[in-house]
Structures are given as C-alpha cells and as structure tokens.
Design a protein around this ligand. Structure first.
Ligand code: ADP
Ligand code: MG
Length: 248
C-alpha cells in the first residue's frame, strides 16, 4: 500500500465546511459542515432528496459547492478534479455504480487499481490484499455479474479501495441487501476502518445498521443539517425521530 501515496496528501481529516449547492433555484444543500477523521465512521442519513449524494459529490470533486470549502487536512481542495482527489487519498462508490459484469472479481479490482495509476504488477499485489480484506478470495475468478447482490457490493468496495484511500465515501452501498448480507457488509466496513485507519462516510437508510456501526451520525433534511452526534444521542433526538427515524 505505498506507491500511489507519493502524490498523496497525508491528511488526517476531510471536511465540508459550510457548503451550499443550488441547482437552478433548487437549494440542494445549505450551509452544511461535516468532518470525518481517519479511523472514524460517519453515518450520513436523511430522507430521499435531503442532499446526501450532493454532499458526497462535493467532497469527492464530482461537483463544486456554490458556497463553502472542501478541506483535506489543512489543504483547501475546493474545485479539485476527482482524479486529483483520488490520488490525494479519497475514494468513493456511486449510488448506482456497477462492476464490469463479464470481468472476474479480481479483474474488476485490478482494472480499478490500474485506472488510478498502479502498474499491472502493483495492481495485482494490491488486489491480493483487498481480496483478503474483503474475504472475497474464493470468488476471485467468478464473473462479477454472476455474484450475489451482497458480494457484488463488496466488489464495488474493493474497487474503491484499489487507490489505497485514506477516506472512503460510500453512497448507499448496502441498498437492496438482505439482513444477513447487510450484517456481513457492516462487519467488513468495521474491519476496514479499524485495520486500515480509514475514515468512512456511509450513506444508508438501514437505521439499526447505521446505529451499530457509526461513530457519529449526521442527519440531513431538505439540504440542512438536522443533527449530528453519537448514535445514542441521535436515537434520542426528538426532531430526528419525528422527521426521519419514525416511532419504530
Ligand atoms: P439524496 O442523495 O439525499 O437523496 P440528492 O443529493 O441526490 O439527495 O438531491 C438533493 C436535491 O438536489 C434534490 O432535490 C435533487 O433533485 C437535487 N439535485 C441533485 N442533483 C441535481 C442536479 N444535478 N441537477 C438538479 N437538481 C439536482
Ligand atoms: Mg442519494
């Protein structure tokens, strides 16, 4: 896990600082501040249209804020292109991102590694580590298109890990998984965070999963921050319960 790290920023935190984003009059985000530190898992929640994907887009350079800054440690990276941020140490998955169905699990991850500048040899070495980390070794020769939904999502995470990121932003990676797959997935995220000192922002609607695996939860509603705190605090937050979590 070293060669790409030469163009890296050795940053300990990633922060969206008072960011706003409007699209032709639609205020998708208003003055939102969110930080993640390495080794920390932030759960990002909120109803559909709350601005979660927009925030991840801003933090990974796929979109620029109308107002506010994106900080990578002490470096202002607002306006940086996605590939430059990826090299600096940021990685993401997409809400509707898919693997290459005809390529094997291994090839999917190797292709992603090569895409961020690894040599084929380095890509193979890195992929070995990722397959082991994600417990995907038994499936390495299997075409991604024939994997179960849960395994395919893990391949997506493996692709995102192929740049050896410091920060991983996951946009609804567990959507559509059954309970068992969701549990496996959460276990893998916990392992990645602790073993690799990675900062993770996870978007998901599965409340028990988010309460269990987040260090802090940030709740967005209609583009604004509704609450942020440790799971126990969020669980007891009256406005959050009313607006989002529901009485169950
Ligand atoms: P979430 O991920 O929480 O469901 P989004 O960030 O996708 O929410 O969207 C927040 C708001 O911004 C929504 O009203 C959405 O329609 C709007 N929006 C997001 N992206 C665009 C875009 N590219 N053009 C216009 N409106 C957008
Ligand atoms: Mg979204």
């Amino acid at each position: 896990m070293s060669s790409v790290r030469s163009s890296r920023l050795d940053a300990d935190s990633l922060q969206a600082r008072s960011v706003s984003r409007s699209f032709d009059g639609v205020q998708a985000l208003s003055d939102v501040t969110l930080s993640v530190h390495r080794g920390e898992m932030i759960g990002l929640m909120g109803p559909n249209g709350a601005g979660k994907s927009t925030l991840v887009n801003l933090m990974t350079g796929f979109d620029s804020p109308t107002d506010g800054r994106i900080m990578f440690g002490s470096v202002d990276v607002t306006g940086w292109k996605p590939w430059r941020l990826a090299r600096a140490g940021m990685s993401r998955t997409f809400q509707h991102g898919h693997s290459f169905p005809q390529l094997s699990t291994r090839e999917n991850i190797e292709v992603a590694a090569i895409g961020v500048g690894a040599t084929p040899k380095e890509a193979a070495r890195r992929t070995d580590g990722i397959l082991e980390l994600l417990d995907l070794g038994a499936w390495q020769a299997t075409p991604a298109g024939t994997l179960s939904h849960g395994l395919e999502r893990l391949v997506g995470v493996g692709r995102a890990l192929s740049s050896n990121p410091w920060f991983l932003l996951l946009d609804e990676p567990a959507a559509g998984l059954n309970d068992e797959e969701g549990d496996t997935f959460a276990g893998v995220l916990e392992r990645i965070r602790s073993e690799h000192d990675l900062g993770v922002i996870l978007i998901d609607h599965n409340v028990p999963l988010m309460l269990r695996c987040s260090d802090r939860i940030h709740v967005l509603s209609e583009g604004r921050s509704l609450a942020e705190g440790p799971p126990d605090e969020i669980k007891a937050h009256p406005t959050v319960v009313e607006a989002y979590l529901g009485s169950g």
